[in-house]
Design a binder for this molecule. Structure first.
Ligand code: ANZ
Ligand code: ZN
Length: 813
């Protein structure tokens, strides 16, 4: 065993802290690099290998960037409000505030033990009043701009726990805690109008350096779709309704229409004869989630209302049905059904024996869902796709029975929670003045400590008299505070704006500073946030920009998702499955650098994988070996006077590996390919070892240069260990204050190149040629090679093909 261990970590961590080595200087922002990792939730289960995998390698990248001359800002904090702490409190009676701050303390210690260059003086904790004061400020600013509003909306309701459930607490339509069937209940809720930004959120995705998959998910989530609203009149009635369709070219193929069960027209359209059946169906549909209802594989169900509507294009009478495959929250909540050309309609029509009329040519069987030539469509026969749509919409517009329409799948963001552990919504309800925002100078609206948070159907804050009763800021009369708290995603939608100016008590951030610090240059976190956090943050940035606070459009220029580290059993790590890996044990045994390098070497950063510690020992051996080899060069390092001006063959070879390593590590690490970076470092180690072992008189000046480069290259990946080596061998200051090595292009050109010679497709010989050789020279050397001569004896050479730097191909018979 070598000398590196956890003591080395501790030594350097306290030295770095004492020297304020990583303190961010915000007066030099021309080469700033804002590196951000998604902050953690302070849960009781402490930091696990997954956190480490998120933070450790990114810190290595940031360290390299620092050495490249960037002014790196890498803050850390805690996303500290939310349900887990509250649920834990309900179970154990420990107050969420107490458990949260205790967890934060533990996690901070663990994060420090990692030795990352976090700017702790910029820490942000979302449940601290000095932070959520500004979360409330953001909410009020959105409210002022009409981007926050209240409306009735259905929530998940557990009748047995008497409480509202978040979507993630509903499993298969049942309450996660008690297994009762979850119901829908209409409650007044606060929303943020993210839909105002739907178009920009969609368009600006193109310019972002983000994983394509994530951009595709956001595109899908926003779900822009262009089509038409078509008006159907109800037969023998004044009532009419619109359907939204993306396939107006199929209008002649409509054989029935379907309304969502919740559609407000359903009661009016249901004839007496069908009342009981429709009522029963509505109740049944109520408890299905939208996701279940949209499932393609689920059997389609529905009931007939007894009424008919008229197809505006041909006057045909079609039956009106109710079916839960139609969502009330999308389009108009009604669809025109074209079973011949739509899968869902086809299944439905087949089940209920409704007519299926083909209006598009093509395909062997129905449904045929592609575009094609129109048939059975009167004047429009023979038209195709877009042309057909255009012609039919024009006709509808003329007759006032329809118009072009764009729909979005994106919904406004529901931000109120009937929960305790969140930022109070800064609103007061006054009988006289109505909804009144809390004046800015009265922020924060503090979350009271003594609150009964066990669920009983009401927001916990509603029962806290001291909190809820207040005076109206407008009229001074008696008023009640809003009892709901904000979704934790509101807290995390703007935290990156607070870090650089976290101590500002006059404003959420200094405008001038923040516009220089942002956007974030590199954001790293899990892909599970693709459609929530990452979309909310983009929205809030754009809204604050439009209010004049920010001068950039997007918060995160470049995004990387780390892969998932799974348990040894290949399953997601979780306490309940007992397959979690605690980094602490490994760090105690091997030191944090070995653990960090193991994570980087053992897994592809964006892929992750199942945990196995097979190769952690080989990383520990690698560290020992480096220590030994560099130790053996002590004499050359201290006395580098043997400075031969020219390099011999061995020195040229080592110099090649050295420069090749610099190039490869710099490029690979920049692409977050840490595993190959470390593999290159191992090769460099081998080359150093070979050189030092084979030479009795070494070129000491040259060797010293190689070792200096080696330690610098290793430093980002093994920060404590490298700092120790740096000091041990008499180098001053911190290795992290030195310049990242650059490579010498000339050294990468090898004097000689090895080439394979194939004769009739089979490798028969290897040759070494000067790298400057021309094609003809290479041909000549090849044909004069003894092995080649043997093989071609007596044959006629038909062709010699030279593939530069690799191969000579001789065809002979
Ligand atoms: C007739 C039709 C014929 C349709 C055809 C498709 C194919 P996107 O792309 O997602 O916007 N639709 C409209 N509103 C709906 C709702 N509230 N619930 C469920 N389905 C709804 O999908 C638009 C298409 O989905 C619309 O075009 C409509 O069916 C259906 F051969 O209209 B289509
Ligand atoms: Zn009032």
């Amino acid at each position: 065993m070598g000398n590196y261990n956890i003591k080395t970590d501790e030594k350097w961590q306290s030295k770095w802290e004492k020297d304020k080595l990583y303190k961010f200087d915000n007066s030099k922002l021309d080469k700033k690099l804002y590196t951000l990792e998604m902050f953690s939730y302070p849960s009781g289960s402490k930091l696990h290998a997954g956190h480490w995998f998120n933070y450790g390698p990114v810190d290595s990248w940031a360290r390299m960037k620092r050495m490249e001359g960037y002014n790196v800002f890498q803050p850390m904090g805690f996303d500290a409000f939310g349900l887990p702490a509250e649920n834990y409190a309900i179970k154990t009676g420990i107050h969420p505030k107490d458990s949260t701050f205790k967890n934060i303390e533990t996690m901070e210690k663990q994060l420090r033990a990692m030795g990352a260059m976090f700017n702790w003086e910029n820490e942000v904790i979302t449940c601290s009043p000095d932070y959520y004061k500004w979360t409330q400020w953001v909410f009020l600013k959105l409210y002022e701009k009409g981007l926050a509003y209240k409306k009735k909306a259905p929530v998940n309701w557990c009748p047995s726990c008497n409480t509202v459930l978040a979507n993630e607490q509903v499993l298969d339509g049942k309450c996660e805690r008690c297994d009762s069937a979850v119901e829908k209940k209409d409650l007044e809720q606060w929303f943020l109008k993210i839909t105002d930004y739907a178009d920009e959120l969609l368009e600006k995705l193109d310019d972002l350096d983000w994983p394509e998959r994530t951009k595709a998910m956001q595109r899908h989530w926003i779900g822009k779709s262009t089509g038409a609203d078509v008006t159907f009149k109800v037969v023998d009635s004044e009532i009419e309704f619109n359907v939204f369709t993306t396939r107006v070219d199929t209008l002649f193929g409509v054989t029935y229409v379907v309304l969502a069960p919740e559609n407000e027209l359903v009661d009016n359209l249901t004839t007496d004869e069908h009342k009981t059946e429709v009522e029963a169906y509505k109740i049944q549909a109520q408890n299905q989630s939208d996701i279940e209802r949209q499932s393609i594989t689920r059997e389609k169900t529905g009931v007939f209302t007894g009424s008919y509507a008229t197809n505006p294009i041909n006057g045909k009478k079609v039956p009106i049905w109710v079916g839960d495959y139609v969502l009330n929250t999308y389009g108009t909540g009604c669809v025109m059904a074209v079973p011949a050309h739509d899968e869902r309609d086809f299944a439905f029509a087949t089940k209920y024996s409704l007519p299926i009329d083909r209006v598009i040519e093509g395909g062997d069987s129905l449904p045929f869902t592609d575009y094609g030539k129109l048939v059975n469509s009167e004047d429009f026969n023979g038209l195709y796709g877009e042309k057909a749509k255009e012609a039919i919409v024009n006709k509808l517009e003329e007759t006032k029975f329809g118009k072009k329409k764009t729909n979005y799948r994106l919904r406004d963001w529901l931000v109120s929670r009937q929960r305790y552990w969140g930022a109070p919504i800064p609103i007061v309800h006054c009988d006289k003045c109505g909804t009144v925002p809390v004046p800015y100078d009265q922020l924060p609206v503090e979350l009271p400590y003594n609150v009964e948070f066990s669920p009983d159907g009401e927001s916990p804050l509603a029962k806290c008299d001291d909190f809820i009763n207040t005076t109206c800021p407008v009229c001074g009369g008696h008023a009640k505070r809003e009892a709901d708290t904000l979704d934790t995603f509101v807290c995390s939608s703007w935290y990156y704006l607070r870090y650089p100016d976290n101590k500002n008590d006059k404003e959420p951030f200094n405008k001038e500073l923040i516009n220089k610090m942002l956007p974030v240059d590199k954001y790293v976190g899990g892909p599970e946030h693709a459609c929530m956090h990452l979309l909310y943050a983009r929205f809030v940035t754009k809204a604050l920009r439009d209010m004049g606070y920010l001068n950039f459009d997007e918060p995160f220029k470049s995004l990387v998702h780390q892969g998932l580290i799974l348990g040894p059993d290949g399953l997601k790590m979780s306490k309940s499955k007992g397959n979690t890996i605690s980094p602490d044990d490994y760090i105690n045994k091997y030191g944090s650098d070995v653990f960090r390098m193991y994570l980087m070497f053992g897994f592809d950063y964006t892929e992750g994988g199942a945990w196995s510690d097979d190769t952690i020992k080989s990383i520990a051996r690698f560290v020992d070996r480096v220590e030994r080899i560099i130790g053996s060069c002590e004499n050359e390092i201290t006395d580098a006077s043997n400075n031969k001006t020219s390099m011999d063959k061995e020195e040229k070879e080592l110099n090649y590996v050295r420069n090749h390593t610099i190039k490869a590590v710099t490029e690979d690490a920049d692409k977050f390919q840490f595993n190959t970076s470390i593999a290159r470092m191992m090769e460099f180690t081998n080359a150093l070892s070979k050189y030092t072992a084979s030479k009795s008189t070494k070129n000491s000046a040259f060797l010293k240069e190689c070792i200096v480069d080696f330690i610098k290259l290793l430093a980002p990946f093994a920060p404590h260990f490298s700092e120790e080596l740096w000091e041990l061998h008499g180098f001053n200051s911190s290795v992290f204050n030195t310049k990242w090595p650059s490579f010498d292009k000339k050294a990468l050109v090898k004097d000689e190149i090895e080439m394979a010679i194939q004769i009739n497709g089979k490798v028969k010989a290897k040759i070494n040629v000067p790298s400057s050789s021309s094609e003809d020279e290479i041909k000549e050397i090849s044909l004069n090679n003894e092995d080649v001569k043997k093989h071609i004896e007596g044959k006629t050479i038909r062709k010699v093909i030279v593939i530069k730097n690799r191969l000579v191909n001789i065809v002979a018979n």
